[in-house]
Write a protein that binds this ligand. Structure first.
Ligand SMILES: Nc1nc2c(c(=O)[nH]1)N=C([C@H](O)[C@H](O)COP(=O)(O)OP(=O)(O)OP(=O)(O)O)CN2
Ligand SMILES: [Zn+2]
Length: 149
């Protein structure tokens, strides 16, 4: 069985070497979808009986590990020294320095890496993260999949 939940956040970024307008500082209302697989929990009387995982718990972990860290932050590539140096001049600015250019693909991959370690199989129902889908706009998204290159 698979379940999916979605959260939204706002963040700024730029793609420093982009051929067109995406090299400019700008922001998105990102949407992140988290898909987990597992067996349906059968434990009689458990709060999670009939579920793979409680959606509220899925979202709480995603918020804590990713969404609250990225929301209203500026995501900057560590090699983008022009912007990084500028952001360092702003006291208390919420900046997230990424090891890769903050494209939808790299953000989905990074969220998958973080969240894969965060969803634990506490009920023995083979719970595991299967996919992180990250929408950069309503029309464009990237999927980070388990076992994908
Ligand atoms: N494969 C990717 N291509 C692009 C990415 C990306 O992350 N992966 N990112 C961008 C820019 O960040 C840009 O902000 C989004 O590009 P684009 O879809 O062209 O933007 P629009 O606002 O025109 O999108 P609509 O969906 O039409 O509103 C560029 N490419
Ligand atoms: Zn963009």
């Amino acid at each position: 069985m698979q379940i999916t939940t979605r959260l939204e956040f706002d963040a700024g970024h730029r793609i420093p070497s982009h051929k067109s307008q995406c090299r400019n500082l700008h922001g998105h209302r990102y949407v992140i979808e988290i898909t987990l697989s597992g067996d349906i929990i059968q434990n009689e009387g458990a709060s999670e009986q009939g579920m793979v995982m409680d959606f509220s718990d899925v979202k709480a972990i995603a918020r804590q590990q990713v969404v609250d860290k990225w929301d209203h932050a500026f995501l900057v590539y560590k090699g983008d020294t022009a912007v990084l140096d500028f952001l360092k001049t702003m006291p208390d600015h919420k900046t997230v320095v990424m090891n890769s250019v903050p494209t939808a693909e790299n953000m989905a991959a990074e969220a998958f890496r973080i969240l894969d370690a965060s969803y634990k199989d506490t009920y023995g129902n083979h719970l595991r993260l299967e996919r992180v889908r990250l929408f950069e706009t309503p029309n464009s998204w990237a999927d980070a999949l388990r076992n994908a290159d």
